[in-house]
Design a protein around this ligand. Structure first.
Ligand code: NAI
Ligand code: ENO
Length: 368
């Protein structure tokens, strides 16, 4: 497709979308704006955008597609600013914010001017921020939620999907209300819990300074999302307060239930509690990408001698398989250790397993 695309907010998500659009529509011209001029300069330098706009009016005026990819509170102000400009009459405006109700409400200002706004939320990302973390395959296989209001025609929705087809995401249309409830349950609420576990552990580390060292492995994994941008998550929580307050009340009941089981010494109840959780979790889809991205881990039993890690990464590099993370599990004082290599996709993990089995005698397994 040809046309002028204007991306406002050149961070992880805006940058990744710009890359997807450029790949699929090489003739499109991609203009970018970021209040942080360094980010904009970096985006241009990395080839994520073709040109930098001086300000929002300059970038927006002649654009066919405008993507707002700023924190949700800024997104509201940007919509307000756009509603005061003279734009192309058939311009399509969308956003990528993690919440939708307040943003879509603000977009009535665009509707009043006859401008099409379709709320969007690509449900994939990372705890990293900034354009340097942007990548074209970020949204592959992920859900991409769209929240068009009733007056938006299906032609406009299809046009937006056509622009975004390079994401290789699965589009799903829901209402802004449903959106905020669902993402509250599976994304926003888990963020609060992850942060709370980290805070409690930090507090307790004051008396026991061995705690941070012991927390290096599994603890780090289950609390990874607590390393996300505090600014971004502050805004998300403020936008989804009502749903989150209800979820926190339910969680407190859940914790009271566990506390009672412990107070009663109810072995059967505790077993049942974990069994039920295991059954539900084991049944979750493994091939789909959820809101909190999974990492595809491969476990490799390695002998404990110098150079073994570079040997393995060397084979993977030879086969052009990219890895997202690598670490050694601290095991017993054994002659063997376990190397955990994380990949972006299940396909990469399968290729890596084949590669390691071809070049080495090490045993591999896939974690759950
Ligand atoms: N990080 C993630 O994993 C995901 C984030 N989102 C949502 O996408 C949006 C963008 O998030 P990220 O790209 O992760 O954040 P980011 O922090 O990587 O990038 C946001 C960019 O917006 C810029 N910005 C802030 N206010 C601005 C304004 N008024 N005008 C122009 N630029 C402005 C910032 O300088 C920054 O470069 C947020 O609304 C977030 O909730 C959606 C899905 C996943
Ligand atoms: O880093 C993580 O694990 C995330 O939780 C990514 C994420 C962040 C915000 C979203 O709205 C959707 C996905």
């Amino acid at each position: 497709m040809k046309g002028r695309v204007f991306v406002i907010g050149l961070g992880l998500i805006g940058g990744s979308l710009a890359l997807c659009i450029k790949k699929e529509h090489p003739e499109a011209e991609i203009i970018g704006f970021d209040i942080n001029r360094e980010q904009a300069r970096l985006a241009k330098m990395l080839g994520v955008i073709d040109e930098i706009a001086e300000n929002i009016p300059d970038g927006a005026q002649e654009s066919d597609l405008i993507i707002i990819s700023a924190p949700v509170n800024d997104t509201k102000s940007i919509i307000q600013a756009l509603s005061k400009l003279t734009l192309k009459p058939d311009v399509l405006i969308t956003d990528t914010g993690s919440t939708k109700q307040k943003i879509v409400e603000m977009a009535t200002k665009l509707k009043e001017r006859g401008i099409t706004f379709i709320g969007g939320h690509p449900m994939a990302g990372s705890h990293k921020s900034g354009v340097s973390a942007a990548k074209e395959i970020l949204f592959e296989n992920a859900f991409y939620l769209l929240t068009p209001e009733d007056h938006i025609t299906s032609e406009k929705i299809e046009l937006l999907k056509a622009w975004l087809i390079g994401t290789k995401a699965k589009f799903l249309t829901i209402s802004p209300q449903e959106h905020d409830y669902l993402t509250g349950v599976i994304s926003h609420f888990p963020h609060i819990i992850a942060a709370s576990i980290v805070r409690q552990t930090e507090r307790l580390s004051g008396n026991e300074n061995i705690i941070p060292r012991l927390a290096a492995g599994g603890f780090r994994d289950i609390t990874r999302i607590a390393s996300s941008s505090p600014q971004m998550w502050k805004d998300i929580l403020m936008h989804n307060r009502e749903n989150l307050i209800k979820l926190l009340n339910q969680w407190q009941e859940e914790m009271n239930f566990v506390k009672e089981l412990l107070e009663e010494g109810n072995e059967k109840g505790i077993l049942e509690y974990f069994s039920q959780a295991k059954q539900f979790r084991d049944g979750l889809p493994t091939k789909e990408k959820g809101a909190i991205p999974a990492f595809y881990d491969l476990f490799v039993d390695i002998p404990d001698y110098p150079g073994v890690v570079s040997e393995i990464t060397g084979y993977l590099a030879m086969e052009k398989i990219s890895i997202t993370n690598i670490r050694i599990l601290e095991t017993r004082e054994d002659i063997h250790g376990v190397l955990v290599i994380s990949f972006q996709t299940d396909e990469d993990r399968q290729r890596a397993e084949k590669c390691i089995l071809t070049y080495t005698n090490y045993t591999t397994s896939i974690g759950y």
